[in-house]
Design a binder for this molecule. Structure first.
Ligand code: ZN
Length: 145
């Protein structure tokens, strides 16, 4: 994706920091790390599409990852509530309005996609993994420009 973004930026003659897009692929593996720590989407996208791809080999039960978007101030409480929601709920409280977008948990070789409207999103947003014990390391900022 980075190559594509750089190519797009070059085509547009855009400044290097203006790396915004409407579609993202985020890679995860058998460690507690996303391939990106910051994502910038354009509000003019209307709808943003995020695909999480697990390039590792471990199953979702042991090393599952998801991609969850919320207000930065809600990350810790959602993750806490997600633990009691359990694996069958992707470690997320079902129907929780604090969750702005989320994928299911993926294990090695799996991927999942979520599409969501960014029209009404504002404030400091973060993406994170709600698998128990992952959230402290697996999170990043989601910016709208
Ligand atoms: Zn994770």
């Amino acid at each position: 994706m980075l190559r594509r973004l750089l190519a797009a930026a070059a085509l547009l003659g855009a400044a290097p920091f203006a790396m915004a897009d409407c579609e993202f692929t985020v890679e995860v593996g058998d460690g507690l790390q996303y391939s990106v720590t910051e994502m910038t989407a354009e509000k003019s996208c209307g709808t943003v599409k995020v695909t999480i791809t697990h390039t590792g080999t471990l199953p979702a039960q042991g090393m599952g990852h998801n991609w969850v978007l919320s207000a930065a101030s809600d990350v810790d409480s959602i993750a806490m509530d997600g633990i009691s929601a359990g694996f069958d709920n992707n470690y997320l409280p079902p129907g929780d309005e604090r969750i702005l977008a989320s994928t299911k948990l993926v294990g090695g070789g799996e991927s999942a996609t979520v599409e969501f409207s960014v029209a009404d999103l504002a404030g400091d947003l973060m993406f994170f993994c709600s698998f128990p014990g992952h959230t402290a390391l697996m999170k990043g900022t989601f910016k709208l420009v």
